[in-house]
Design a protein around this ligand. Structure first.
Ligand code: AP5
Ligand code: ZN
Length: 217
């Protein structure tokens, strides 16, 4: 299956993507995680991306599309993938369509996670992620690690993302409304969008997502 996940920052895309990717046996491709891995390795791409990410803005399309394309062309992604955080504007969605067309592939669904703004703000404020792997995500109240500040999965140190400060979150939400939400209409015109509520316990949201991906529309 080839799936795109969309939803506001903090809706739970990363949390759900890890579970869905496992259930559907496809790789989880997160452009946010790829950028954060570049930042921790201090690559040129990481240095460029950091300035945009810390301000809550999108990293320029040219480098983002090249990075996503490179990842989608890895052998583990030939039979499907779950994209988390890409595409994030209409230009990226068009580039993805073009890439899929040249490979004679199509998307199966776009899963739209809906959550009200006050909830995503609470989720982001309490989020802690792992230094070793930013797809290891916790929340101080809703999904607390067994030991304070330590990742349950790999033992890495947990920290708060630089872009999770109140000011930056406001910018990220605005960027989501102005630049990312238009891709939902873009994909609606292709009949691909399945919208679900991201409210409630993590397991329930996963069930809802699997059900939505199963149903013919
Ligand atoms: P990215 O890393 O993609 O961030 P985001 O889209 O802002 O999404 P988040 O990671 O904030 O939230 P999420 O929805 O994954 O929620 P999570 O599962 O963590 O992008 C970061 C930056 O990178 C961008 O701002 C941009 O600069 C750059 N970038 C990335 N892709 C790009 C692109 N394509 N083009 C240009 N730039 C790009 O959950 C949040 C919290 O809630 C966690 O603590 C979690 O434990 C908790 N939680 C999750 N589900 C539940 C639940 N059901 N109940 C209670 N708590 C829950
Ligand atoms: Zn970890």
């Amino acid at each position: 299956m080839r799936i795109v996940l969309v939803g506001p920052p903090g809706a739970g895309k990363g949390t759900q993507a890890v579970r869905l990717a496992e259930k559907l046996a496809v790789p989880h491709i997160s452009t946010g995680d790829l950028f954060r891995a570049n930042i921790s390795r201090q690559t040129e791409l990481g240095k460029l991306a950091k300035s945009y990410m810390d301000a809550g803005n999108l990293v320029p399309d040219e480098v983002t599309i090249a990075m996503a394309k490179d990842r989608m062309e890895q052998p583990d992604a030939v039979n499907g993938f779950l994209l988390d955080g890409f595409p994030r504007n209409v230009a990226q969605a068009e580039a993805l369509d073009e890439l899929l067309r040249t490979e004679q592939m199509t998307l199966d669904a776009v899963l739209d996670l809906e959550a009200p703004e006050d909830e995503v703000v609470k989720r982001i404020a309490g989020r802690r992620i792992c230094r070793k792997d930013s797809s290891h995500v916790f929340h101080v109240a809703y999904n607390a690690p067994k030991q304070d500040g330590v990742c349950d999965i790999c033992g890495g140190e947990l920290y708060q993302r630089a872009d999770d400060s109140e000011d930056t979150v406001r910018t990220r939400l605005e960027v989501y409304h102005t630049q990312t939400e238009p891709i939902i209409d873009y994909y609606k015109s292709q009949g691909l969008v399945r919208t679900i509520s991201a409210m409630g316990p993590v397991d329930e949201v996963t069930e809802r997502a699997l059900e939505a991906l199963k149903s013919e529309q």
